[in-house]
Design a protein around this ligand. Structure first.
Ligand code: NAD
Length: 321
């Protein structure tokens, strides 16, 4: 069995490799070559932790496994380690033998950023120049860094409930040589692409904050009850997602579907656009929305890619298991 420790991931994994892995597995999901297993998420009654598994099998890429982990709210204060902790386990689909164990913390941020980037590549207008951010926490920096590579963006604008966090975005914009401006919510009308990545439980973005032709990647809503976009705005947009079942239950579409504003059948898997089975954006005025709920197959895809890179560079630790 191979081990790729968390400490090695930053030097091994590239945004390009994460993008390629996620794009490929989204396409496999839409072609019914890959599927996610039901998610397990439990409050374990110890350390206030939420622990669970996200797994799946990609028959096309022959990737089988799961990500195990969750959220330990006391880690940082008590132990000086981050609260989100996860590990990916890969298995040989021919034999069931454990193939690899891979640190999953940084990979989670990279695969989530890759998902919104894939949506921007396939759904944003080619002439998109202004990117708007809603959210300025840990994930937001990864999101922005990856998104800036998808179009010739010449300006970043951002809004956050906690404005003192906005310098996180400004720093990433400066690294890319792009100016940054803090805006109020109506100011987001200047954006051609908007990424939302917050822990909000109430709609932030409403129809009056979004111009025609915008692509919105909603990345924060991954649990029942969370919400970043009003049901009215979602219903106005053409909706794409990583997985329809998650979109309507734990994703951004849960609210519009519950209110009867849209039907599940109106939501398209992004993989269908990648495969050419769906034309994607139909006009320069259409608002497209990607509901990125986060699926286990994304984790497996980037973990498999990092194992290949680790083997190539002689970094993978081999154990007799
Ligand atoms: P973080 O704690 O670093 O940042 C949280 C962000 O949300 C900040 O911008 C903060 O200002 C904002 N925020 C907090 N409470 C809010 C509220 N009540 N209303 C509006 N904004 C609020 O967290 P993070 O690691 O950046 O994660 C952000 C979100 O992304 C979380 O909800 C997390 O569950 C989600 N996430 C989704 C995926 C996916 O695949 N879709 C993957 C990882 C994380």
């Amino acid at each position: 069995m191979l081990i790729v420790p968390e400490r090695e991931i930053a030097d091994l994994m590239t945004r390009e490799a994460a993008f390629a892995a996620v794009e490929k597995v989204f396409a496999a999901m839409a072609a019914d070559d890959a599927y996610n297993f039901p998610v397990v998420r439990e409050a374990i009654g110890h350390e206030d932790a939420l622990y669970g598994f996200k797994g799946g099998f990609d028959r096309a890429g022959l990737t089988l496994g799961l990500k195990a982990g969750g959220y330990w709210p006391n880690n940082l204060e008590k132990r000086g380690i981050i609260n989100h902790q996860s590990t990916v386990f890969l298995f040989d689909p021919d034999t069931g033998k454990a193939r690899a164990m891979v640190g999953g913390n940084l990979l989670t941020a990279l695969r989530t950023a890759a998902a919104s980037s894939v949506s921007i590549r396939h759904l944003a207008r080619e002439d998109a120049r202004v990117i708007g951010m809603v959210g300025a926490g840990h994930q937001a920096t990864f999101q922005l860094r990856a998104a800036l590579e998808q179009r010739e963006f010449d300006k970043v604008i951002g809004w956050n409930l906690h404005p003192e966090m906005l310098p996180n975005l400004e720093k990433v914009a400066a690294e890319a040589g792009v100016p940054f401006e803090a805006v109020d919510l109506p100011g987001l009308r200047a954006a051609d692409v908007i990424i939302s990545i917050t822990s909000s439980f109430e709609a932030i973005l409403k129809p009056e904050h979004v111009s025609p032709g915008t692509h919105i990647a909603c990345m924060g809503t991954d649990t029942t009850g969370k919400q970043e976009v009003s049901a009215a705005l979602l219903a106005k947009a053409t909706v794409f997602t990583d997985e329809v079942a998650q979109s309507v239950s734990i994703g951004e579409a849960q609210h519009a579907v519950a209110q009867g504003l849209i039907d599940e059948s109106a939501i398209t898997q992004l993989g269908a656009v990648i495969n050419g089975a769906h034309p994607g954006r139909a006009s320069a005025e259409e608002i497209t929305l990607f509901d990125g709920t986060g699926v286990g197959l994304q984790d497996l895809a980037v973990a498999a890619a990092v194992v290949d890179l680790a083997v190539e560079k002689g970094i993978a630790i081999e154990v007799d298991f």
